[in-house]
Design a protein around this ligand. Structure first.
Ligand SMILES: *Cc1c(COP(=O)(O)O)cnc(C)c1O
Length: 397
């Protein structure tokens, strides 16, 4: 099939939920993607912060192939070695006590909301709980996770969503305090907001939120679906804040491309779930867990965290220079290999031009370009990216 045929079949068969670029990706190698026309792209998107190890990593691929030949799926009614080890790996990485596997980040947040509500229900003897969520947050597109997603245009057409959600301003502790009541079961937030525009939480804010939760027996949920798994230089971003949540949700880079997520909780909160309270058919099957285990092994072996710190700092310097150079860029923010440039105008055309020029980028919101490359990128890759980006930005009036 040629490129045009593939696009036309897809256009006539898929739901129109995405405005897709007119390229067909065919294969990947390291930080390079190839389309069906043989054109290459330097990847600073990683399938939206997923493919941390780079494409076509031989050890990762071999581990998946071996598990395919052994056992792909069973049910959660039985144990499997890959799932036991993956749960242990996630416990060690998050500092949580118990893990529930899901198929996506959205579903991890659904589970987190359910667990927090159950915890409240047990402690209060009634089901009238509220959740505090942040403006500009993103937690997913299902009804539950959409209900706590702080972008009105994503929610509006799908209301009524779940009730009892109160909105607070990210990094504004007074607005959180104003929303707390005896009915507050949970506060849910990203440690570093991703889709909303790459906004890191302030340290004071996050510590104060933790204190409020402790004082009022409120479950603190950190959604680390995007900023977790090494992206900011520690396995989980909250580890840089000296604060631990009660529930963590994780996905995206967790399986580096196989669909898997998890929500994890400390013993106190996890104890609220009893058999029958929650479930999933696929979640945490041997295949995806073999991927998780190999990801953790390779993170260690390839010193991913120190690479993120080193190359992340370098990227920060280089993007600072870019932000200084062009008047139409208003701000540069981020941590590690999760950074954003905010423009004074929409970035859609700029992103399209970068892709045309062989640089895979993605926006966050309408005015922010997001940089979430594979975590194995090098300084040389950063230099190459800057050359392409500068070429595109120089062409802007
Ligand atoms: C991507 C994302 C989600 C949703 O994850 P899916 O795997 O797409 O369901 C939830 N929260 C955050 C912070 C995300 O970045």
């Amino acid at each position: 099939m040629n490129t045009q045929e593939i696009i036309s079949i897809a256009e006539s068969s898929l739901m129109k939920t995405y405005g897709r670029y007119k390229i067909v990706l065919d294969k990947g190698d390291g930080v390079t993607l190839y389309d069906t026309e043989g054109k290459t792209y330097l990847d600073f998107c990683a399938g939206i912060a997923v493919f941390a190890l780079g494409y076509n990593n031989k050890e990762y691929n071999d581990a998946l192939k071996a598990q395919i030949d052994k056992l792909i799926h069973t049910s959660n009614y039985y144990y499997s070695e890959p799932a036991a080890l993956a749960a242990q790996n996630i416990k060690n990485a998050t500092g949580m006590d118990r893990v529930f596997f899901t198929n996506s980040g959205t579903e991890a947040n659904e589970g987190a909301i359910k667990l927090a509500r159950k915890y409240y229900y047990i402690n209060h003897g009634k089901a009238d709980s509220e959740i505090i969520a942040m403006n500009h947050s993103f937690h997913g597109r299902s009804i539950g996770s959409l209900s706590v997603t702080g972008t009105k245009k994503y929610r509006e057409a799908f209301e009524p969503l779940i009730g009892g959600v109160k909105w607070a301003e990210f990094n504004n502790i007074e607005s959180v305090k104003a929303s707390v009541s005896e009915k507050t079961s949970a506060i849910i937030m990203e440690t570093i907001q991703g889709e909303g525009g790459i906004y890191p939480a302030d340290e004071d804010f996050i510590k104060e939120v933790r204190r409020i939760c402790d004082e009022n027996d409120i479950v603190l949920i950190f959604d680390e679906v995007q900023c977790g798994m090494g992206r900011t230089g520690t396995m989980y971003a909250y580890q840089q804040y000296g604060v631990k949540p009660d529930i963590v949700t994780t996905a995206k880079a967790l399986g580096c491309g196989v669909p898997v997520g998890a929500f994890c909780a400390n013993e106190k909160v996890a104890a609220a779930f009893a058999p029958g309270d929650h479930g999933t058919t696929y979640g945490g099957n041997p295949f995806v867990c073999a991927a998780i285990n190999k990801v953790f092994e390779l993170f260690e072996k390839e010193n991913i965290l120190s690479n993120v710190k080193e190359v992340g700092d370098y990227l920060f310097e280089k993007l600072d220079e870019i932000a200084d150079k062009y008047d139409f860029i208003s701000e540069h923010r981020g941590r590690g290999l999760m950074q954003g440039l905010e423009f004074k105008m929409p970035v859609k055309d700029i992103v399209a031009k970068c892709i045309d020029s062989g640089l895979m980028l993605i926006s966050a919101g309408t005015q922010i370009i997001r940089f979430v490359p594979p975590l194995v990128i090098t300084k040389k890759n950063v230099d190459d990216m800057i050359v392409i980006l500068t070429g595109v930005l120089d062409g802007i009036e």
